[in-house]
Design a protein around this ligand. Structure first.
Ligand code: NOJ
Length: 808
């Protein structure tokens, strides 16, 4: 079933049927003032923090999953009929109610037509502001004059702490107050104990107050009491004021507050009128009045919209591609990167699934997020990378979550058992990616403090990361699993050994050796390579299982992920990372990848392990709590799919890489959206596998490590445009029947166009390559040959030029 289509020209996804299988969401605003909005205008808003700064309420995990939201109710004052400008919450029958939602880059537009009235709403937050616009344009499409009354609605929280707001009613319903402060503005204030609030979240230092204003039409009524507007036995579908036709001019005094302004719009046949609603943080008399005076006209709102769109489209312009595959095009040109940027901004904090409690930067995920955004927002990536490096302790391990109040150098050392074994190894992916992107080799010499004490160069931080794991080896000479490796559910015991981290460490040692050579530190390079040799020997001695690599070794010596056991017999990560790290021999690589294909591939993606756990000891394999075929228990963990794609590409298997990529690609499900159920334009954390009763269903949209690896594996490996320290590598690995593709890449402030032709229909191999007419004898285009506007033409073929890859 298809519910919409991609409009890449406008960089929008257009929902044409509002009864989507789940609420399909988008993000507005910035990390200062953020919002989630769905295709039916449901959602919520928050200031600085999804959990601690929640000012607009959403009932999580409810039915539908996105109510309330940002609503306009429309009432025909002649007939008494009413509806909403988004299909829900009134939900008129779809044979008489037409609707289209355009989710764009930090804005959402919903157009509807019912009873001869067309409505167009547009929601966005102007750049750098702490208020949002809700625009409403009505057009009379009928042949008679119409009198329409419009009512706004949103529900405010009583406490900025979202959990407290929902549960601590003995306190919270006695602190909220609403009033009309001027002819066109209302205000809601919570008299929360602000001192307590500040102590809990230093990020939210302002007092709690919201205002809502209307411009372009007089206010003819208002409500700030939810109970008045909705009615004791009313609902969002049938709010009392709308049913009866008039607001009550209620001033909330305790209980719950809402934002309702009423206005009357008369329309001659064919006539259109537009009004502007503004909703923001602060006091109505101060911030509200100021914002209204400066921004409260349609002209200004238009200007702000244009600025917003330009800003986002510029970021998305860092990589553009035209390939024979439309799904890849939608992903690369708009949604893949937009997903990465939103994930980078919000980490794992706020969505329809994350209620905000996961505030701050989860360490491993945030380091990986850098890979997806370095080309689009290099300055912000650098700032984030430095913050993450400063979250590393002087012993080389990382603080698991960097909170908003984290101050480098002042962090108390955590208990040994709290460290995750993989956290700092991700630097060996993220840092070289950032340096190769920007050309800032000197970044390795930048001094960054440690979390607890002391400081080191970035290069020094990398060395500490290696030492952290090298100094924590188990009985077989493999890195200890500590509290967890990448897999949150793996509890091997502190001294249990993680083969996944062993592969990470191997990649780290290789990468460190390469950086050391570049920095003229040959002794360090030699040290890293000799450590790698020892590690390789230990890996080979203990971990090869005949057709694949084992998973891990628990503290008591039990080996997981081996052919002789029934549950979790094979683990995906160790197969693909044996390839990514270069640890596996060519023969082992082939066997591992065949085993993945045979035992883990499904039409919806690659399972994390198989068969699922049913009887396992939950103290070790805590994934056994998940139903078989989901999440870490033999589900398709989308975070890992890109690794499968890259591993196949490293073996030159473009066809299989493409097959894996498409199996998990949201856009590829657009015409059968009921399979995934979630948005076809964004990734989800996990997909039910064929071991479950609902294969293909995808959950936890938007915020996931899947965003980065999906985008990164396509742009840097499949299309193969991979920045290196001293040049741009052109090394695609594609489906063999692609005849050509082209890319426009922004790299180090140069716009470079790359055209790749594939007359021999191969998966991999560039036979000839020229830059601005000059032929090269390698596929690494040296940086000094490039300038803004450079044009690279590459022809694929069987007699491939050598590839000198300098980083993963
Ligand atoms: C989700 C977590 O955010 C991520 O850090 C972890 O690697 C995966 N789960 C796998 O357990």
């Amino acid at each position: 079933m298809q519910y919409g289509y991609f409009d890449d020209e406008a960089k929008e996804y257009v929902v044409t049927r509002p009864d989507t299988p789940s609420s399909w969401s988008n993000y507005l605003g910035s990390t200062e003032y953020g919002a989630v909005i769905t295709n039916n205008a449901g959602g919520y808003g928050f200031y600085k923090s999804g959990a601690q700064g929640r000012f607009m309420r959403l009932r999580f995990n409810s039915v539908p999953m996105d109510q309330p939201g940002r609503y306009f109710y429309l009432r025909d004052m002649q007939s008494g009929d009413y509806w909403s400008a988004s299909w829900q919450p009134v939900g008129k029958p779809l044979d008489s109610y037409k609707s289209e939602c355009r989710h764009g880059t930090a804005y959402t537009k919903i157009t509807s037509e019912y009873s001869g009235i067309e409505s167009e709403t547009k929601y966005y937050v102007p750049l750098g502001q702490t208020f949002e616009y809700w625009r409403l344009k009505l057009t009379n499409k009928s042949s008679s004059p119409r009198k329409i009354r419009a009512f706004t609605y949103c529900e405010f929280t009583n406490q900025w702490n979202t959990t407290q707001d929902q549960v601590n009613l003995q306190y919270s319903i006695f602190i909220v107050k609403g009033q009309k402060t001027s002819p066109n503005m209302i205000q809601v204030i919570s008299h929360e104990n602000l001192y307590e609030q500040h102590k809990k979240n230093p990020a939210v230092t302002d007092y709690m107050s919201e205002w809502m204003a209307l411009a372009g039409s007089p206010v003819t009524g208002f409500d700030t009491s939810r109970q008045s507007f909705i009615g004791t036995y009313g609902s969002y579908k049938e709010p009392a004021a709308v049913v009866e036709g008039c607001c009550y001019n209620s001033e909330a005094f305790g209980d719950n507050a809402c934002g309702t302004l009423q206005t009357d719009i008369e329309l001659a046949p064919g006539e259109s009128k537009e009004i502007l609603v503004m909703l923001g943080i602060g006091a109505a008399e101060e911030e509200g009045k100021k914002a209204l005076a400066e921004f409260g006209t349609i002209e200004r709102a238009d200007l702000e919209f244009d600025k917003l769109v330009k800003n986002w489209h510029e970021k998305l312009g860092s990589f553009k591609a035209v390939t024979p595959d439309e799904d890849i095009n939608h992903t690369v040109n708009v949604w893949g990167l937009y997903n990465c940027l939103i994930t980078f901004a919000w980490s794992r904090a706020a969505s329809l699934v994350y209620n905000g409690e996961r505030d701050g930067l989860g360490y491993r995920d945030s380091v990986q997020d850098i890979l997806g955004v370095s080309a689009a927002i290099p300055e912000q990536a650098e700032e984030r990378l430095v913050r993450l490096l400063s979250g590393q302790f002087s012993n080389g391990g990382a603080l698991p979550v960097i909170g908003k109040d984290f101050v480098p150098g002042k962090q108390k050392m955590i208990d040994a058992g709290e460290f995750r074994s993989d956290d700092c190894q991700w630097f060996f992916n993220a840092v070289p990616c950032f340096v190769a992107e920007t050309g800032k080799l000197d970044f390795y010499n930048r001094i960054v403090p440690y979390a607890d004490q002391g400081e080191a160069t970035v290069y020094g931080h990398l060395k500490q990361a290696l030492l952290f794991n090298l100094e924590r080896m188990g009985a077989d000479g493999l890195p200890c699993g500590l509290l967890a490796d990448w897999n949150d559910c793996l509890k091997l015991g502190y001294h249990g050994e993680s083969l996944f981290v062993a592969f990470q460490l191997r990649l780290g040692l290789t990468t460190y050796a390469d950086i050391s050579e570049r920095l003229n530190k040959s002794e360090e390079a030699a040290w890293a390579l000799s450590e790698r040799e020892k590690l390789d020997a230990n890996i080979q001695k203990k971990c090869w299982d005949g057709k694949w690599f084992v998973w891990a070794i628990a503290e008591d010596g039990t080996v997981y992920g081996t052919h002789s056991i029934d549950e979790g017999q094979i683990y995906f990560n160790t197969q693909v990372w044996s390839v990514l790290s270069g640890a596996a021999t060519p023969e082992q690589q082939k066997l591992c990848l065949e085993s993945v294909k045979e035992k883990l591939a499904t039409p919806y993606g690659l399972m994390l392990c198989a068969p699922p756990f049913v009887h396992a000891d939950r103290e070790i394999m805590s994934s056994v709590v998940f139903l078989p075929g989901i999440k870490e228990n033999a589900g398709i963990f989308n975070h890992t799919q890109g690794w499968g794609v890259i591993a196949e590409i490293m073996n030159g298997n473009g066809d299989r890489a493409y097959e894996y990529c498409k199996a998990a690609l949201p856009a590829a499900y657009n015409d059968r959206a009921e399979v995934r159920q979630s948005e076809p334009y964004v990734i989800g954390q996990t997909t039910y596998s064929t071991y479950s009763k609902r294969p293909g269903n995808t959950r936890v949209s938007w915020l996931s490590g899947a965003a980065t690896w999906n985008y990164y594996s396509i742009t840097q490996y499949m299309l193969g445009i991979r920045p290196q320290y001293d040049g741009l590598l052109v090394d695609p690995c594609i489906k063999h029947d692609w005849d050509s593709f082209s890319v426009e890449r922004r790299w180090r402030n140069m716009n470079i166009s790359i055209e790749v032709k594939n007359p021999s229909r191969v998966c991999r191999g560039i036979e000839s390559l020229e830059v601005d007419g000059k032929k090269l004898d390698s596929v690494l285009v040296p940086v000094d040959l490039l300038h803004d506007g450079s044009r690279i033409i590459a022809v694929m073929g069987k007699n491939a030029l050598p590839v000198r890859n300098q980083r993963m």
